[in-house]
Design a protein around this ligand. Structure first.
Ligand SMILES: [Zn+2]
Length: 261
């Protein structure tokens, strides 16, 4: 699933069409689902000039001379520019590209095309997407924003893994980034957010920033240190401990029975 790092690579690709004017937009009914119809997408985007490519979490934003265009990539969405792939082989994504999986796109006055390729059909186009539902961006998260993200008003709060996946708290952390930062911080993903000690919070913030920086440099969310042991019966690459798995926050979560407590 594309997480913040993958969508950031799509943003960089989309940045290359800044200054170009859209001559045609198309979308199949699923990609245009949030817009009610494919024709409303085609109508809305025609003749708009792209002025900037930005992003909030996993939501790609094309700013234009008119409305802001949003793209959500779902589980397997990939952005292509004239056949150039935004990122090499997404972990959960397809490793081959087929024209039947091109769901929609934009064509520009200079002949280039920006396309969404998505076998699982969960990607969506939006016009003026609501950013109010999204927390601060994971790539630039500050300590102050992190403290807000962890904060619990009443009781112990949800499991820290679930809290990290809550896009209204922080936008862009998906399943693999979430597991990697908890692995690096040595924290059990089931720990209620409100019970983390000051020292654990420090460790988690450090691991959060480190995970983003390091995996961006390595080239994707799927290149974390815990990945080698991410299968039932896997052994922790740090201490050889058995990796445990459970569904937390709706996603299959892996953690080490020895150093994540
Ligand atoms: Zn371990």
């Amino acid at each position: 699933m594309p997480e913040v790092l993958e969508v950031e690579s799509y943003r960089r690709l989309a940045n290359r069409v800044v200054g170009s004017t859209i001559t045609r937009g198309w979308a199949d009914s699923l990609l245009a689902k949030k817009l009610h119809s494919s024709s409303s997408w085609a109508r809305s985007v025609k003749n708009l000039t792209v002025t900037a490519a930005s992003r909030r979490g996993k939501l790609l934003l094309l700013e234009t001379s008119g409305p802001t265009l949003g793209v959500r990539f779902g589980m397997t969405g990939v952005l292509l520019l004239d056949g150039e792939v935004g990122i090499e082989g997404l972990f959960y994504g397809p490793h081959e590209y087929q024209s039947k999986w091109l769901r929609g796109g934009l064509e520009f006055d200079d002949g280039r095309k920006l396309l969404v390729h998505d076998p699982r059909r969960l990607a969506r186009f939006e016009i003026n997407p609501d950013l109010g539902e999204l927390g601060p961006d994971a790539l630039t998260l500050t300590r102050k924003e992190f403290d807000q993200l962890i904060r619990v008003d009443r009781g112990e709060g949800p499991a820290i893994k679930a809290r990290l996946l809550d896009q209204s708290r922080v936008a862009g952390v998906g399943n693999l980034l979430g597991d990697e930062m908890l692995f690096r911080a040595g924290i059990d993903p089931r720990t209620p957010s409100g019970t983390l000690s000051a020292e654990e919070r420090d460790r988690l913030f450090k691991a959060f920033r480190q995970t983003m920086k390091l995996l961006q440099r390595r080239g994707g969310s799927h290149l974390g240190d815990h990945m080698d042991a991410r299968f039932p019966g896997g052994l922790c690459p740090i201490d050889g401990g058995t990796m445990l798995l459970s569904t937390i926050g709706g996603r299959t979560t892996y953690w080490c029975s020895v150093h994540q407590r």
